[in-house]
Design a protein. Structure first.
Length: 151
């Protein structure tokens, strides 16, 4: 039971995928992308919504990891704090250079976050179910971003 993802984090995590999924759908459906761009704005269609939102989520995850770092002892905490800021810095410095480069950088960033998630989980400062949730969410994010980058 300790590895079962609680309902609230699962539902909120899945809801957080909506901009990625919407972006991927509008890449695959040009008419829907056009409708979205005309109705809501071009930033909310295609790869653009995934890129903008992806940078925000990498920064958000930095904050989550910072919280985990507070549970580490002594020097390990200092190392945890240093690691926790990497995703936000990655998003800031690496998401320029056009949609394809930004998408690839976000894919690397999300894969890297999964490694950091595992490290904090390995040191026992996350909930026991953390990796189950993160693998699920990250897998979907990476597929969506790949659609934006490669299609």
């Amino acid at each position: 039971m300790k590895y079962m993802i609680p309902r609230a984090p699962l539902l909120l995590g899945l809801a957080g995928l909506i901009p990625f999924i919407w972006g991927a759908i509008t890449v695959l459906t040009p008419d829907l992308a056009l409708w979205t761009a005309q109705t809501v704005g071009p930033r909310f269609a295609g790869p653009y919504v995934m890129l903008f939102y992806g940078a925000i989520i990498l920064s958000f995850m930095s904050g989550v990891l910072w919280g985990f770092a507070t549970k580490l002892p002594g020097r390990a905490a200092a190392f945890g704090y240093a690691l926790s800021v990497l995703p936000a810095l990655w998003a800031f410095f690496m998401t320029g250079g056009g949609a394809t480069n930004a998408g690839l950088s976000l894919m690397v960033g999300f894969a890297g976050i999964l490694g950091l998630d595992w490290l904090f989980w390995h040191y026992g400062v996350t909930p026991a179910w953390w990796m189950r949730l993160r693998i699920l969410l990250t897998s979907i994010v990476l597929v969506c971003l790949a659609i934006g980058v490669f299609l």
